[in-house]
Design a binder for this molecule. Structure first.
Ligand SMILES: *[C@@H]1O[C@H](CO)[C@@H](O)[C@H](O)[C@H]1NC(C)=O
Ligand SMILES: *[C@@H]1O[C@H](CO)[C@@H](O)[C@H](O)[C@H]1NC(C)=O
Length: 366
């Protein structure tokens, strides 16, 4: 071969490499998301349900400025975690765009309205309850196997980061949904919490069986302080005591349960993410985080903008970054960024046994 054709070949190779068609892509780890509206990135758009965020002003600060199904003015917690681990945002599992190479980025199985229990969110009709989310995860792995083989699929799943957010709806959309709800007649609050924790444990064991090895498990926020509860039940704007009691019972027992699972497995698979503390920081001192209020939702109506849903007819604040809550239940993008910052670098009080920076450093050495 003449030197000019060698140069030509090198040029073509160089071009192909630059286009990324030959070089294996430097893979960021895959990311899988399970849970409720706090982490749903649009699965409910594809379902017949009232639990949806697919009309304006949802998404007003999203890069496209359009609603996507995320319960946020902009990015949600999974989006911001994806940015930190260097991945593209994970697509909703029901999205028709989730095919081919995009499957290797991961998938989001979350569905607004669901809880730990199957009877949570029955009023939303057709939502992806957690047994079905897990079943879809199994189905996902079969689809990926046909692309890259069973062995590589197992590796992809074992090395992935997983986020699961459950529990809030088991209180606000079940036990406390109506006075004398079926569950509240069946269980005292402490016994209900114990029941939830024992059911949650089974869900996490199933996730482990399906190959998850690094799982961020969030607790509930301070449920009594969200604008919806302030609007419906608060006296003088104080956080609602009985809902505060629920999160105060639930979160420490969740951490204990996760510690027990890790001991049983013999490895730090489950990471307790203290979202109650993360929220409490900006609820008790919103100004310190650049918020004008943590009581009034940016989008809504009635007291604290906490009544009903955020719709095109609702009050809408001009600057979403000044509000801790976007709608009556969900944090603003700005608040989500503060939460993910704590997930990345928080002390063991926030992230137990370790924060995500430590996990990323540890796993990159493995
Ligand atoms: C929830 O439903 C799934 C199947 O849809 C079932 O396997 C599971 O046992 C149910 N959980 C409870 C606690 O009843
Ligand atoms: C993460 O956690 C570790 C251990 O608790 C702590 O030393 C460190 O400062 C935290 N932040 C970062 C960025 O690693």
């Amino acid at each position: 071969m003449g030197s000019s054709s060698t140069t030509c070949l090198q040029l073509i190779l160089g071009l192909l490499l630059a286009l990324g068609t030959v070089a294996p892509r430097v893979e960021a780890r895959a990311f899988f998301v399970f849970g409720d509206s706090l982490v749903d990135s649009g699965n409910n758009n594809y379902l017949v349900t009232t639990a949806r965020a697919d009309s304006p002003p949802y998404g007003i600060d999203y890069p496209t400025h359009r609603p996507t199904g995320r319960f946020s003015n902009g990015l949600n917690i999974p989006d911001i975690i994806s940015q930190h681990i260097g991945s593209e945002p994970t697509l909703p599992y029901l999205s028709p765009q989730l095919t081919g190479q995009r499957l290797l980025v991961g998938a989001n199985f979350a569905s607004a309205g669901i809880g730990i229990l199957n009877d949570t969110g029955v009023q939303f009709v057709n939502i992806i309850r957690i047994p079905l989310q897990l079943d879809y995860f199994r189905q996902y792995q079969q689809r990926v196997s046909t692309l890259i083989g069973a062995q590589q699929t197992k590796r992809l799943v074992n090395q992935a980061l997983v986020l699961i957010t459950l529990g809030g709806n088991d209180f606000v959309n079940n036990y406390f949904l109506v006075p004398y709800s079926a569950r509240s007649r069946q269980y005292s609050l402490p016994n209900y919490v114990r029941y939830l924790i024992s059911e949650y444990r089974k869900i996490l064991m199933r996730l482990y069986e399906l190959g998850a090895r690094r799982v961020l498990v969030t607790g509930t926020g301070p449920l009594g302080c969200v604008p919806a509860e302030l609007g419906m039940r608060s006296r003088n704007g104080q956080c609602v005591p009985v809902l505060q009691q629920a999160s105060t019972l639930f979160n420490p027992q969740l951490t204990q349960m996760l510690n027990g699972l890790n001991r049983k497995i013999g490895s730090d698979v489950f990471i307790a993410t203290n979202t109650q503390l993360m929220h409490s920081d900006f609820i008790s001192n919103p100004q310190a985080y650049g918020f004008v209020t943590s009581k009034i939702a940016c989008c809504g109506q009635g007291p604290y903008n906490g009544i009903g849903l955020c719709t095109p007819l609702s009050n809408l604040c001009p600057n979403r970054d000044l509000y801790a809550f976007w709608d009556p239940f969900h944090p603003s993008e700005k608040a989500n960024k503060i939460i993910v910052q704590q997930i990345m670098t928080g002390s063991t009080e926030y992230m137990h046994p370790m924060n995500l920076s430590t996990i990323l450093a540890l796993d990159s050495k493995a």
